[in-house]
Design a protein around this ligand. Structure first.
Ligand SMILES: [Zn+2]
Length: 287
C-alpha cells in the first residue's frame, strides 16, 4: 500500500511539473526500450560496416559509468564516443558553477572508464552562456550542439562560435540538421524509406556547396528493426553521391589541416546519435 501511494504521488508530481505529454513520451520510451540496447547498436554497426562509414555517439557520462558492460561493448567497436553531459539536464536551468561541475564530472567519468573523447554535445542541445565559455576551459576540439540554433540551420560549413567581445571559439562547431530521427519518427511517423529520402535531400543541399551535413540519429530509434533500413538506404545514397562519412574528429582534424574533404569528396556527412539511456529505468530516473 505504501508503495502504491508513493507511486501515485510521484505520478501526480510528474503531471504537475510536465503535463500529460510526459506520459505519452514515457510510454513511447518504454516501448522503444523493449528492444535491448546492444541489439540496436548491433544493427547499426552492421550497416555502417557495410559502407565503411564512421559514426559518433555522444554518451551521457553518468550512464556510461553506471553500465560498464554496455560501455565496453560500445568501446569494442571502431566508432567515436563524445561527451553528452554528466546527467541529461538542461544547462540553461543551472548556474555557471553547476555547469562547470557537470562538465568536470563528465570528463572525470570518461577518463575513469578510459573512453577517449574530443567533443561535446549538450543534453537537449541546450546551452547557457557559461556552457559555451566552459567548453574552451575543458579543451574540447569540437562542439556539435550549438549548431542546432536557428541561425545555423540550413548552413553547411564548420564555424567558430563568436563571443560578444568578438573573439572566436577555439573549438570547431558544426551545424546540426533539424531532420533528426525524433523529428521524423515521433513527430511525422516516417517510414524507413521516408527517413532515407529526407536525409538524402539534405545531403544534396550540402553537396551543392561542397559543405558538411550532420544528423542526429539516436540508436534507440534508428537502431530498431522497423527503422534500421532507413540508415542503410541512406548510406547507399551517400555512397552514390561520393560522400565522405567519417567520425566527427576525423572530419574536423582533416578540415583544419587541408580545408577540404578527404579524397576531395564533394560533400562530408556526419552521422551522430545521442545515447541518453541504456535502459528504460535510466530514462525514468531523469524525473
Ligand atoms: Zn540527449
Amino acid at each position: 500500500m505504501v508503495k502504491i501511494s508513493r507511486l501515485t504521488s510521484w505520478i501526480k508530481h510528474l503531471a504537475k511539473r510536465r503535463g500529460s505529454r510526459i506520459f505519452a513520451q514515457s510510454a513511447r520510451m518504454f516501448y522503444f526500450h523493449m528492444q535491448p540496447f546492444h541489439k540496436l547498436l548491433d544493427r547499426m554497426f552492421t550497416s555502417l560496416e557495410e559502407f565503411d562509414a564512421g559514426f559518433t555517439f555522444p554518451l551521457v557520462a553518468s550512464i556510461a559509468d553506471k553500465h560498464q558492460d554496455y560501455t565496453e561493448f560500445l568501446k569494442s567497436y571502431p566508432y567515436e564516443i563524445a561527451i553528452h553531459g554528466y546527467k541529461h539536464v538542461r544547462y540553461q536551468h543551472l548556474s555557471p558553477k553547476q555547469v562547470e561541475q557537470e562538465l568536470y564530472l563528465a570528463t572525470k567519468a570518461f577518463q575513469k572508464n578510459k573512453i577517449p573523447y574530443k567533443g561535446f554535445r549538450a543534453p537537449y542541445n541546450n546551452y547557457s552562456e557559461a556552457t559555451i565559455r566552459l567548453l574552451e576551459k575543458f579543451d574540447f576540439l569540437w562542439d556539435i550542439g550549438i549548431g542546432y540554433q536557428q541561425s545555423y540551420r540550413e548552413t553547411y560549413h564548420f564555424f567558430n562560435f563568436k563571443f560578444q567581445n568578438g573573439k572566436k571559439s577555439t573549438y570547431t562547431c558544426i551545424p546540426l540538421c533539424k531532420w533528426s530521427d525524433d523529428f521524423m519518427i515521433d513527430k511525422y511517423n516516417f517510414s524507413d524509406k521516408q527517413i532515407a529520402k529526407a536525409l538524402t535531400i539534405q545531403l544534396r543541399k550540402a553537396k551543392e556547396v561542397n559543405g558538411v551535413v550532420m544528423f542526429d540519429l539516436h540508436p534507440i530509434r534508428i537502431g530498431r528493426r522497423e527503422y534500421i533500413n532507413g540508415l542503410k538506404l541512406f548510406l547507399e545514397q551517400a555512397d552514390k553521391h561520393n560522400a565522405w562519412v567519417p567520425s566527427v574528429t576525423e572530419a574536423v582534424e582533416y578540415w583544419r589541416k587541408h580545408k577540404s574533404w578527404k579524397h576531395d569528396a564533394p560533400v562530408c556527412c556526419l552521422l551522430t546519435g545521442d545515447i541518453d539511456n541504456f535502459t528504460f529505468w535510466d530514462y525514468l530516473r531523469r524525473f
